[in-house]
Design a protein around this ligand. Structure first.
Ligand code: FSO
Ligand code: SF4
Length: 536
């Protein structure tokens, strides 16, 4: 196997024996084959689109299936094999509808696998040019992140033809079905197009989430618990959470959020359920330590799942997530989770805990923009930091805790995604009426931060890079890659990233990112803070 798609890749180079994440070599190969099969399907979908056929089913399938290859999503060989078979069947059906009978599509899935080229493995040898290869990897990993958001948006009824067409175009690029010849510049153009596409995907998801669940409002969330049976829900799928809340209504079971589900508490339609009781635990990488203490079942709706070795019997999955041996819930039927909750002890006593705030969504942030501008004009607000992104296991990520702790009193911190768990329960106080720490939501809510920054720049009639605003980002998996590409495509400069640089970025491409975008690897909180505040 060869996989270098996430930040914890072995030795900072690539996982070759087994994934640090727990992915086996068998599953890694099946996922690479699946990506190849999606590349095979993509040109057929494009042809169908050009002929005016409705391709929604295939477009949704592609995004959903590529999502299954993201880090910490699907570890189940059987589930990936089933997706391979489905992809081949889709390609066969579509080819027939288009009046084609390509030889390869008449093969069985077992025969198809046997005739695949060696370069299928890990995308590490798609091109002999190291920089082109790097750009191809950046494109694929950014595309995976984009597809995760596109998939969530489609579940909420939000689709965009142009975006679906880009996904196919990006899958075809560099595949045997690609007629184009590109130099490095051509590949980098596609990479930036992926960033723009991801902005669209996040916009669709924002429209889907706010259209269905209402606009998030600042909401206190209890880190304690209530007496009674309990279910913990993790991942990013708010639609699954709503279904679980409906199905547990009147049962006496309380529902608690975990990790990236925390911002769900800010959505009016979700917080209206009185049994959405609170939040349990911190970021994904602590789950093996924390989840055994939860007295009920745990439902994973998206990444990040880890090997539930000591508590697999109480772990349930939905959507794209799968772990061998854990019960998978289909069609949002969570009756198995509910039965498990009834059989488990739950909490014996009420134990209210610390209250933290979430829900600083797009509308709330945009409504606060005049107050922010006023505070800037009066010299009361010196700087805005966006400190967000993914959390992870590396001790170097303490940087983010320290950075936030060291932000001066005349600055505010916006945050999003699971990286916030490094400091989410810190009381940073207030600046005027504004809390100094504002949680804008999940990783996809980078859209909120972007819209807020653009609105501030618009009001001040300046470039977004001239705002007193800095982005200090942490990355782990492919959604973070997609968000970074979006920021680069928008021309956002001087972003600080950490804890380490992606293994799949070649020195020459890194040089371009540094020269043209001023991208920097984090140093120390003190040094970066001083530089970002213009003191150095
Ligand atoms: Fe985190 Fe995992 Fe949301 Fe990621 S839980 S690491 S960027 O999946 O998506 O922030
Ligand atoms: Fe390794 Fe990350 Fe790939 Fe898992 S997803 S195999 S940890 S590079």
């Amino acid at each position: 196997m060869f996989c270098d798609q996430c930040e914890q890749t072995a030795k900072g180079v690539g996982c070759t024996v087994a994934g640090v994440c727990g992915k086996t070599a068998d599953v890694a190969l099946l996922q690479d084959q699946l990506t190849y099969l999606l590349r095979r399907l993509a040109p057929l979908v494009e042809q169908a689109r050009e002929k005016g056929m409705n391709t929604d089913v295939y477009d949704d399938f592609i995004a959903d299936t590529l999502f299954a290859t993201l880090t910490n999503v699907n570890f189940d060989a059987k589930a990936i094999e089933a997706l391979q078979t489905e992809t081949l069947l889709h390609a066969r059906t579509l080819a027939a509808q288009l009046g084609e009978v390509p030889e390869d599509l008449s093969l069985s899935i077992e025969e198809y696998r046997k005739q695949l080229p060696e370069s299928v493995v890990g995308m590490d040898n798609f091109s002999s040019d190291a920089d082109v290869n790097s750009a191809m990897q950046i494109l694929l990993f950014g595309l995976k992140g984009l597809c995760a958001y596109k998939d969530h948006a489609a579940r909420l009824g939000q689709r965009d033809k142009e975006l679906s067409s880009f996904v196919c175009k990006a899958l075809i690029a560099g595949s045997p079905w690609d007629g184009a010849v590109r130099d490095l510049g051509g590949w980098l153009d596609l990479v930036l197009e992926c960033g723009r596409g991801n902005l669209k995907a996040m916009e669709l998801l924002d429209a889907g989430n706010t259209g269905h669940f209402g606009d998030p409002v600042p909401t206190p969330v209890d880190l304690g618990h209530r007496k009674g049976k309990a279910i913990l829900i993790s991942g990013h799928d708010l639609y699954d959470l709503e279904a679980l809340l409906k199905q547990t209504e009147g049962t006496g079971i309380n529902v608690y959020t975990h990790c990236e589900m925390l911002p769900a508490h800010g959505y009016p339609r979700l917080k209206a359920y009185p049994h959405l009781a609170g939040h349990f635990g911190t970021a994904w990488q602590n789950q093996q330590k924390e989840l055994p203490d939860f007295p009920g079942p745990v439902l994973f709706t998206t990444n990040c799942i880890q090997n539930p070795r000591a508590y697999g019997d109480k772990v349930f999955t939905s959507g794209n997530v799968s772990w061998p041996g854990c019960t998978h819930c289909r069609e949002r039927d969570f009756s198995a989770v509910i039965e498990k909750a009834k059989a488990m002890p739950g909490y014996a006593e009420d134990a209210p805990g610390q209250k933290i705030l979430t829900g600083f969504g797009r509308k709330t942030m945009l409504a606060a923009a005049p107050a922010v501008l006023d505070a800037v004009a009066q010299g009361k607000l010196r700087h805005i930091f966006l400190v967000g992104g993914c959390d992870g296991a590396k001790p170097a990520r303490n940087y983010y805790t320290e950075f936030v702790e060291k932000t001066p009193q005349d600055t505010v911190v916006l945050t999003l995604a699971c990286g916030k768990f490094r400091f989410y329960n810190k009381d940073l106080g207030k600046l005027g009426d504004l809390p100094r720490l504002m949680d804008c939501g999940q990783c996809n809510d980078a859209y909120t931060a972007i819209q807020t920054a653009l609105a501030l720049a618009d009001a001040l009639k300046c470039d977004v890079n001239d705002l007193p605003l800095s982005m200090v980002l942490s990355w782990y998996e492919q959604k973070a890659v997609a968000i970074l590409l979006t920021l680069l495509a928008l021309g956002v400069r001087n972003i600080v990233i950490g804890p380490s640089l992606p293994a799949f970025v070649s020195p020459a491409i890194l040089n371009i990112l540094v020269e043209q975008w001023g991208l920097r690897l984090m140093t120390t909180p003190d040094e970066d803070m001083a530089r970002l505040l213009g003191k150095k």
